[in-house]
Every structure is written in C-alpha cells, then in structure tokens.
Write a protein that binds this ligand. Structure first.
Ligand code: ZN
Length: 209
C-alpha cells in the first residue's frame, strides 16, 4: 500500500494519501489545502481517487475537499454530525483570518462501523466524538495504521474548547474506541508526529487515570 503524508495549509494538517499498488485506487483523507500538491502526488503514483474522506469539518481538514472533488470526480464522505460546522466554513475562515473556501458537497455520511475498501484492504470507520461531534478515525488493520484526525495526538488529545467540543466525550471516545486497538498500531494524528497506540497508552499525560 502506498501511503504518502503531506502537511497542508497554514495549520499543517496531515493529509494522507493511500493508494493500492495493483488497482491504483486511492483514498485521500483530509485534503485541507494545497490541492495542487496532492494532485501531483496522485499523478506521480498513477493513482485515481475513489473517495475523499474528512475526519471532521474543521477548515484545515476540509478546506480543499471541494476543489479535489471537482478535479477528480470522487465522492466526499464525512460523518453527518459535523454538518453544522461544515456550514460555518466562513466563520472558521474568519477565526483564522483567511479567505473562506467553497464548502464541500458531502455525498454520503460515514457512520461508526462503516468500511471503505481500497484494493484488498479495508478502512474501518470509528466514530470518536469529542473534538467535534462528527469526528471520526480510520483504522486499517491490514496496514496496522490508524488515521486519528484531531482526536488523539502524540502526548496530547484534541482540543475541546471550540464549538461542538466536549472534554469528557473525547476521553470516552479514546478509551472505548482507540486504546483497545493493538498496541503496535501506528497512529497518524491530524497534526504533528506519528506515534503508536501502545505509546500513548503508557505515556500520554491526558490518558492517565
Ligand atoms: Zn480540528
């Protein structure tokens, strides 16, 4: 499986591009910005985008989705509980002092337990509300990888002081959905360095009881 990670935009959101080597199908997760660079990676690897997945509707994760959708024709998936946030991209843009991007049209909602296929691999949707109500993580057991959005970070967890955030709920999501995954699972947060489930279980100061 091809996996390229590109930090995009002012907030350096980690955009993940997964590509199957035999079918050349790709899934792009969180194309927040810098769509030209994402398209360049896709072209360099001879990949065609089958799905665009949004871990949550914060502007740094969803900002480029409509542009990528228009360039590739791929459907955009997101959990429906972030609809309200998606409708407030202009407000979010004002917080950051940037121009508001065009809001992405969502083709289907991703729910807990949904599975996306990429070649022979599967991507499982885990609904992990707390950072936002519609936050999801994506677990690929065959690759031993978790795309964690802004729910779990190396030595930290997602902030819960923005609209839709809930500090108890994010801890419940992490404890119930993420920490039970195999300890060696590689975790790719929405920002910053990668880690493993086992490392965060042991050392993350926000997850100590
Ligand atoms: Zn966020």
């Amino acid at each position: 499986m091809i996996h390229e990670i590109l930090p995009v935009g002012m907030l350096q959101c980690n955009c993940s591009i997964f590509g199957d080597e035999s079918t050349r199908e790709a899934i792009v997760i969180d194309p927040g910005d810098e769509i030209e660079s994402i398209l360049e990676i896709l072209a360099r690897n001879g990949l065609s985008v089958e799905a665009i997945v949004i871990t949550h509707a914060h502007i740094d994760h969803i900002g480029g989705a409509q542009k990528l959708k228009r360039a590739t024709g791929a459907p955009v998936y997101m959990n429906a509980a972030d609809e309200e946030l998606r409708g407030q991209l202009d407000v979010q843009a004002a917080w950051l002092g940037v121009a508001s991007p065009e809001a992405a049209e969502i083709d289907a909602s991703l729910k807990d337990g949904d599975v996306l296929a990429i070649g022979a691999a599967q991507m499982h949707v885990l609904h992990t509300p707390g950072h936002t109500q519609g936050s999801i993580c994506l677990w690929m057991p065959s690759e031993n990888k978790l795309i964690a959005g802004d729910t779990l970070f190396r030595d930290s967890i997602g902030r819960t002081d923005l609209p839709g955030g809930d500090s108890r709920q994010i801890l419940r999501s992490i404890h119930e959905k993420l920490l039970p995954l195999p300890a060696e699972t590689l975790v790719f947060p929405g920002h910053g360095d990668s880690t493993t489930v086992g490392r965060e279980k042991r050392f993350n100061p926000f997850l100590r009881h």
